[in-house]
Ligand binder design. Structure first.
Ligand code: AMP
Length: 513
């Protein structure tokens, strides 16, 4: 029977004995073995009542068996619901209530607490080492499976957004959303069967699950599959890889190791970064160290990948490159929705086969963010430069409005980051009695450097218009980041929300003029 995603990515690999997954201990899983296990798991899903379109919620550690489970969901016509391994039982209760899965698969240690909140779902276990009730049931099943019919528009997965504001929303991704993006990326990044991808990303997020894994499948290549990122381990394994995908933190951590040399990096043909902004400084330092430029791309849970720097052309630091083939991208005025002229900053909107089907059981939210003409309002602020490169200048919700002036955090961060001795910064807006919001910079100094607030304020005086200059600077050891390397500005805002009240409005005597 026709199954859109399985037929295109996996059907031909059922007898393929080449390596698909290499593990750090030197063992490997062929395509054939992984797919045989996925057939067995698909039988288990059906035996536990999974019907086409039913959700299968999954909160498990990264393992080859976990990938076989992903393929099993596709084959069984189920909608996979990957969940961050850090979520507590309390958080899971919301996702289970919202998505009403038929089957929930968790680590055996969590089974008792999940059973309390599972409603009518069957709870099965899959542990990091591959053991658990799912695997023991699978072992008794045949290793072939007739795919459940699925069309291009049927759902393959629901990925909940990280939900830093309001309730987390379930982004519905169809078979065609996933397949089209994988096929475009394989060509754009020139993946071939010879490639070996160093995969150290989590697989509950679109980056590790769909970008990295589906590109590997579409190319018929292999990956080195690591449970988590460890810079020293990566250095040891790089000679076995040809490409790497990572969040920016992976690259800063590699650069911190003297053992990450030009010679070592030359084993790889391509380093790709995404999910959070790559600092220009990191881009430059990486090129100085290795002679190679990191390729930065931009995407999100709802849209898969939207833009990428080119494989062959100039990879420009501080930009996320060009819209991918088939993706339409425009920059619009946040309030009127009118398309803006080239060079102007506004909200980025995208349209294409990659764009999701809407938010699960949230028709109103879907209507707010997906326009009639098919464009999705990403909420990212950006511009398109004269050469067509897309620049991201922040999230809409991070935009600061101080005394009626718009302040784009990225612009201020770029100037602060260029001050000698500064490693990085996060610029936020905090409640301020005169200005509505006051600009505040949270700054991390380079190792061994101890800059103080007045020095940083002084260094910015001639660099930025008065209203953009931070009224306060807070020096910290490090910025809070989530697993995907994104700076959690919401946490910084919560932590310092009373800064201006507490200081009776002390703000270095700066007005906004
Ligand atoms: P997520 O849905 O968790 O993948 O988060 C998507 C968001 O991450 C986007 O809307 C952007 O705000 C941000 N993002 C992803 N890639 C980049 C990038 N290369 N540069 C800047 N921000 C990025």
């Amino acid at each position: 029977m026709k199954n859109h995603l399985f037929d295109a990515l996996l059907a031909d690999r059922r007898q393929d004995e080449r390596a698909f997954i290499h593990l750090a201990d030197g063992s490997q899983w062929s395509y054939k073995t992984t797919l045989a296990l996925s057939a067995q798991i698909a039988h288990v899903l059906l035996a536990n009542g999974v019907q086409p379109g039913d959700r299968v919620a999954v909160q498990i550690e990264k393992s080859p068996q976990a990938l076989a489970l992903y393929f099993a969901c596709v084959r069984a016509g189920a909608v996979m619901l990957p969940l961050n391994t850090a979520y507590t039982a309390k958080e899971l209760e919301y996702f289970i209530g919202d998505a009403t899965p038929t089957v929930i698969i968790v680590d055996a240690a969590r089974e008792p607490e999940i059973k309390d909140i599972s409603q009518d779902a069957v709870v099965l276990s899959l542990n990091a080492d591959g053991s658990g009730s799912l695997s023991s049931s699978a072992a008794e099943q045949p290793s072939d499976f007739t795919s459940v019919a699925r069309t291009a528009d049927d759902l393959a997965a629901i990925l909940y957004t990280s939900g830093t504001t309001g309730r987390s929303k379930g982004a519905m991704l169809s078979h065609a959303n996933l397949l089209s993006n994988a096929q475009v990326l394989v060509k754009y990044w020139q993946f071939t069967r010879q490639d070996v991808l160093l995969h150290a990303l989590p697989i509950f997020h679109t980056h590790g699950l769909f970008v990295a894994t589906n590109v590997t499948l579409a190319a018929g290549s292999a990956m080195i599959f690591l449970p988590r990122f460890d810079a020293e381990q990566c250095v040891a394994l790089l000679p076995r890889a040809t490409t790497m995908m990572g969040v920016p933190t992976f690259y800063t951590r590699l650069l911190a190791l003297p053992s990450f040399t030009k010679e070592l990096a030359s084993c790889l043909r391509l380093f790709i970064s995404g999910s959070a902004p790559l600092l220009t400084e990191t881009h430059i330092e990486f090129e100085q160290r290795t002679g190679q430029r990191i390729l930065e791309r931009y995407g999100m849970t709802e849209t898969n990948m939207n833009t990428s720097n080119p494989h062959d052309g100039e990879r420009r630091a501080g930009t996320v490159g060009f819209p991918l083939p088939g993706v339409d991208l425009r920059v619009c005025d946040p309030s009127s929705g009118e398309q803006l002229a080239q060079g102007e900053i506004g909200v980025i909107e995208v349209r294409g086969p990659n764009v999701f089907q809407g938010y699960w059981r949230m028709p109103e939210k879907t209507a707010e963010e997906l326009r009639q003409d098919g464009y999705f309002i990403t909420g990212d602020l950006g511009l398109i430069d004269a050469d067509g490169y897309v620049h991201i200048v922040g999230r809409g919700k991070d935009l600061i409005i101080s005394g009626g002036f718009n302040v784009y955090p990225k612009e201020v961060e770029t100037v602060i980051d260029a001050i000698e001795g500064v490693l990085e910064s996060a610029v936020i807006g905090l409640p301020h009695k005169d200005f509505g919001e006051g600009v505040v910079a949270v700054v991390v100094c380079q190792a061994g450097v101890h800059l103080q607030e007045p020095e940083i304020i002084a260094a910015l005086t001639d660099q930025l218009a008065r209203f953009k200059q931070p009224k306060r600077v807070i020096i910290v050891e490090e910025l809070p980041r989530n697993t995907m390397g994104k700076v959690q500005k919401n946490l910084l805002r919560e932590q310092h929300t009373n800064l201006f009240n507490r200081d009776n409005g002390r703000d270095n005597g700066r007005d906004n003029g």
